[in-house]
Write a protein that binds this ligand. Structure first.
Ligand code: NAD
Length: 374
């Protein structure tokens, strides 16, 4: 079996799907590893490191694609590359099936078996494969560093001969994986941190990180799905939430927003009116920028300055920490392959809920209930 990695071509993408360490581990499982020249260069893994691990550098991209049995990537490869894969080849990548219905049709028609790293169920047994968590955690960390860098104030309290500087105030909206990491990082940098989430279950996690949980008395509507994700709030609850966030936004130096609702545009939590009331020099880092943004002013990939407030809408933050992001992603892939491979070949046991949910297409059919039930 030949498992291959490509040099990622998407804009802003510096990660690679396999680290030399994981390549070495897969070789012990009787897989041959083929890499495209310079596949890991942007994340500082040189070809020589893969070769030391036992991998081979393909003479051309076409040779690699035509020989591949299992292709692992971070972003979906371009259509022309998918068309060069063998019928029955396996693709493991972030796929975002619901947002990409045409891609799913193409993969099905080409007879490619496609596994989506974004569809790994959030269950304990799958924690080591959970690429969404690995990447969200990096995004939360990096967003805090961006905020600290852009703010013209110290994060920690500073006692100097010239006087004492009070600590900055950070407000984190959405306390999922990215939000919790942002809380932890802002706390480590010395800021005073408050956080809010519609799921009351996160209160304890927020407090255990040393932040204050802002509570809103919402209606009795359930705010969480069975899978642990947030639901969209009622119009009444949205109003209550906005009033409270408005009060806290006025006092904040930094706001990091991370709120997402699966299958829906990101909820608007910071309105134009709130920005108009914020302190000059405050910084908003909107991690939901690529999903429409949690702030009304956000434009993905840009920094807007409104009323002397900086509103930053970063794109693909995990890619800015490409080396560690690739190491973690590769470990997530390895954990999935450990489940998938039996005696060195893929065994699609759809009795297993991880393989069932993650496999988008197989043998020309749609498999995952994620697509089927949508
Ligand atoms: P996410 O990226 O989908 O959303 C980020 C956060 O935004 C969530 O905490 C959500 O509740 C919050 N949010 C949504 N709308 C909001 C609003 N209007 N105001 C404020 N906050 C709002 O979340 P995620 O980080 O992917 O985590 C999703 C779920 O998966 C959580 O329950 C998490 O605990 C769970 N999880 C489980 C595991 C595991 O057991 N293996 C691993 C990771 C995450």
């Amino acid at each position: 079996m030949i498992l291959s990695i490509l040099k990622e071509t998407a804009e802003h993408e510096h990660r690679v799907a396999l680290s030399p360490d994981v390549a070495a581990q897969l070789i012990t499982k009787d897989l041959e590893i083929l890499i495209q020249k310079d596949a890991g260069l942007a994340s500082n893994f040189l070809d020589s490191k893969y070769e030391e691990a036992g991998a081979k550098v393909a003479s051309s991209k076409d040779e690699l694609l035509s020989k591949t049995d299992i292709l692992v990537t971070v972003q979906i490869p371009p259509e022309e590359d998918l068309k060069k894969l063998k019928k029955g080849a396996v693709l493991i990548s972030f796929i975002w099936a619901l947002q990409n219905p045409d891609l799913i049709t193409l993969l099905k028609d080409l007879g490619i078996t496609a596994l989506g790293m974004d569809a790994i169920p959030r269950i304990s047994r799958a924690q080591n494969m959970d690429a969404l968590s690995s990447m969200s955690s990096i995004a939360g960390y990096k967003a805090s560093l961006i905020a600290a860098n852009e703010l013209d104030k110290y994060f920690p309290m500073m006692m100097t001969a010239a006087g004492t500087i009070p600590p900055s105030k950070a407000l984190i909206l959405g306390a999922g994986v990215a939000g919790l990491q942002a809380i932890a990082t802002c706390r480590k940098l010395g800021a005073v941190v408050e956080a809010f989430d519609v799921r009351p279950a996160v209160k304890e996690q927020v407090e255990s990180l040393g932040a204050k949980f802002i509570e809103v008395k919402l209606s009795d509507e359930e705010t969480e799905t069975k899978g642990g994700y947030a639901k969209e709030l009622t119009e009444d609850d949205k109003l209550k939430q906005r009033e409270l966030i408005h009060q806290h936004a006025k006092k904040s130096d930094v706001i990091i927003t991370t709120a997402l609702i699966p299958g829906r545009p990101a909820p608007v939590l910071i309105t134009k009116e709130m920005v108009a009331d914020m302190k000059a020099g405050s910084v908003i880092v909107d991690l939901a920028a690529e999903n429409g943004g949690n702030c009304e002013h956000t434009k993905a990939g840009t920094t807007q300055i409104v009323n002397e407030v900086k509103i930053i809408g970063p794109i693909n933050l995990p890619s800015q920490l490409a080396n560690h992001a690739s190491i973690l992603y590769a470990k997530n892939i390895l954990a999935l392959l450990n489940l998938l491979l039996k005696d060195g070949a893929p065994d699609f046991n759809f009795e297993d809920e991880i393989l069932l949910n993650t496999t988008m297409t197989h043998n020309g059919e749609i498999i995952s209930p994620l697509i089927k039930n949508n």
